[in-house]
Design a protein around this ligand. Structure first.
Ligand code: C5P
Length: 309
């Protein structure tokens, strides 16, 4: 029996996010393009005696049933027909993705948990069951089962895989605070109700550097309402654009922003400059669907079967 599964949960950025309306269930209808990036959490699942337990390298991440990994595990346990208390696994989460940043860390972890536990438990479940559980756990979770470049419709949970976007260096920058997804959508609604939606706070070129027209190519409808409440985020967007980003935008509901760069050298320089100006920033890259599927960290004897990106 498999006693341990170690898996990487890659982050995402949104290469555009359009809010198309509100839904009867209180959510918003979206049209978004998700893109996997190489930034990742690593989760290790170990079979053990006793209750289900979660541990995490960050103390601002809940390690109880509020964690999406816990909820995903509980939902899979139930789908397998088990009525007893969730037990027999300890999970260690090594965070590389900042929480509440719009990079999908919690959702990526939940999707990774569904895949890893299916393996650990040798569960006979269909892909459709896993996808249903994923969508119930959170609107972003189904994307992380797919990875690469994908269109998200509905709540963002109806996933249509797209041809991989051309590989690109990416700089991600995030402030010391996070943004709650429900707050961001609430601000969007409030601004729209007051006739403000769409008047982009940061649409015009400001600050030093060359404005590249492509930088307007990625539009996130949540950006104006979030930047209005957190103007500091606009500073990072301006610095990314001034540093040579061909496109820069808020990721999801923030608080992280990202820039696409033409080469890894300009990406590293821009990340270093942002770090000097008080932003936590790192240079990473987009991953294709195939690269994002190489997520298992396997023991040496199995390494031949899958190759890491
Ligand atoms: O599904 P998830 O728990 O990630 O969503 C968090 C919150 O974000 C929801 O409770 C809702 O307020 C908001 N949301 C939304 N429309 C979406 C996705 C999320 O209003 N499509």
């Amino acid at each position: 029996m498999t006693r341990m599964v170690s898996i990487r949960a890659f982050a995402k950025i949104n290469l555009g996010l359009q809010v198309r309306g509100t839904r009867p269930d209180g959510y918003h209808d979206l049209q978004t393009v998700f893109q996997t990036i190489a930034l990742a959490d690593t989760l290790t699942f170990r079979a053990c005696d006793g209750p289900f337990r979660l541990g995490c390298t960050r103390d601002d991440v809940p390690v109880d049933e509020h964690n999406l990994v816990w909820r995903a595990a509980a939902a899979l346990w139930k789908a397998l027909g088990r009525t007893s208390r969730l037990e027999g696994v300890t999970v260690d989460i090594r965070k590389g993705i900042p929480p509440r940043s719009g990079l999908g860390g919690g959702s990526a972890d939940a999707a990774a948990a569904l895949l890893a536990l299916t393996r650990l438990w040798r569960a006979q479940v269909t892909a459709a069951t896993i996808e249903k559980i994923a969508a119930d756990v959170g609107a972003d979770v189904p994307f992380f089962l797919c990875g690469g470049t994908a269109l998200g419709l509905g709540r963002g949970d109806e996933i249509y895989p797209l041809a991989d976007a051309p590989p690109s260096p990416v700089v991600v920058a995030y402030p010391t605070f996070g943004v709650s997804t429900s707050d961001a959508f609430g601000w969007f609604d409030a601004d729209r109700a007051s006739g403000r939606a769409g008047d982009a706070v940061d649409a015009s070129p400001r600050g030093p550097g060359i404005w590249r027209p492509q930088a307007a190519g990625v539009v996130n409808d949540l950006e104006p309402p979030v930047l209005r409440r957190h103007p500091a985020i606009g500073d990072a967007l301006r610095r990314l654009r001034a540093g040579g980003a061909t496109a820069a935008a808020l990721s999801g509901s923030g608080s992280a922003v990202f820039g696409l760069f033409p080469d890894s050298h300009s990406a590293s320089s821009a990340a270093a400059r942002l770090n000097r100006h008080g932003w936590t920033s790192l240079a990473t890259r987009t991953l294709t669907r195939r690269q994002s599927a190489a997520r298992y960290q396997q023991p040496a004897r199995k390494r031949r079967e899958t190759s890491a990106p």
